[in-house]
Ligand binder design. Structure first.
Ligand SMILES: N[C@@H](CCC(=O)N[C@@H](CS)C(=O)NCC(=O)O)C(=O)O
Length: 238
């Protein structure tokens, strides 16, 4: 599926990107890295990608980031990590087509929705996908309750307003992954959330989302792999 293998322990450190060039350290299926890829696509920024094998991280990668997580950006000898930090940084250094709000109150609102999403949706999502089978129904309930908060926060066509922006891109990856939950044996869908359903349709029409998304089938295959405790690196999904 991938033309380039992810770089792993023992692989030589790639030379730095040339002056002014941007590099993203990523993992193809990482939703956090997808946040950054969505920003990059929406803003039309050119960049190169190096995928990291997250189970066998290269030593040089850990020297770049003490957290050892993707996404990481590298440009002109500078390193930036953490998806939300990366995204703000991108809007700062490439001010064209700004997607993060400059109004302090709107910025605060978006950060609060993201904090809510983190606690109420992302957290049960991982417990559902990676947790024990007998805990899945309880996690699914928490997850659906969390989606209700997000449905309530959607008062405009997009979370960011009339057009898609930072908040939409930062939420999107976990909603795109809803089909994965089918493999958990828990029936979950956004159908009971009409505003979220309409938003997802709108998002799927955006070129930046099309450019950075996987099909439901791929997510289901990936989800099955995760839930069976296997490594996607062994499954050719790398
Ligand atoms: N808070 C981080 C989370 C990033 C994250 O958890 N990335 C995962 C891949 S989806 C990772 O790199 N995991 C490697 C590890 O935890 O060792 C962010 O927003 O960037």
């Amino acid at each position: 599926m991938s033309s380039e293998r992810a770089m792993k322990t023992g692989s030589a450190c790639p030379p730095p990107p040339g002056p002014g060039k941007l590099r993203l350290y990523s993992m193809r299926f990482c939703p956090y890295a997808q946040r950054t890829r969505l920003f990059l696509a929406a803003k039309g920024i050119e960049y190169e990608t190096i995928n990291i094998h997250l189970r066998e991280k290269p030593e040089w990668f850990l020297e770049k980031t003490p957290l050892g997580k993707v996404p990481v950006l590298e440009k002109d000898g500078k390193i930036v990590y953490e998806s939300l930090v990366c995204n703000e940084y991108l809007d700062g250094i490439y001010p064209d087509k700004r997607v993060t709000p400059s109004d302090p109150l709107e910025k605060a609102r978006q950060s609060m929705v993201l904090a809510l999403f983190d606690a109420k949706v992302i957290s049960p999502y991982y417990k559902l996908v990676l947790g024990k089978e007998d805990e899945r129904p309880a996690m699914a309930k928490q997850y659906v309750d969390g989606l209700q908060f997000i449905e309530n926060a959607l008062t405009q066509p997009f979370f960011s307003g009339d057009k898609a922006g930072a908040l939409d891109y930062n939420l999107w990856p976990w909603l795109e992954r809803l089909p994965m939950l089918k493999s958990s044996g828990v029936e979950l869908s956004v159908d009971k959330f009409p505003k979220l359903t309409a938003w997802m349709k709108r998002m799927l029409e955006l070129p930046e989302v099309k450019a950075c998304s996987f099909s439901p089938e791929v997510h289901i295959q990936y989800g099955k792999t995760l839930m069976s405790g296997n490594s996607y690196y062994d499954m050719g999904l790398e």
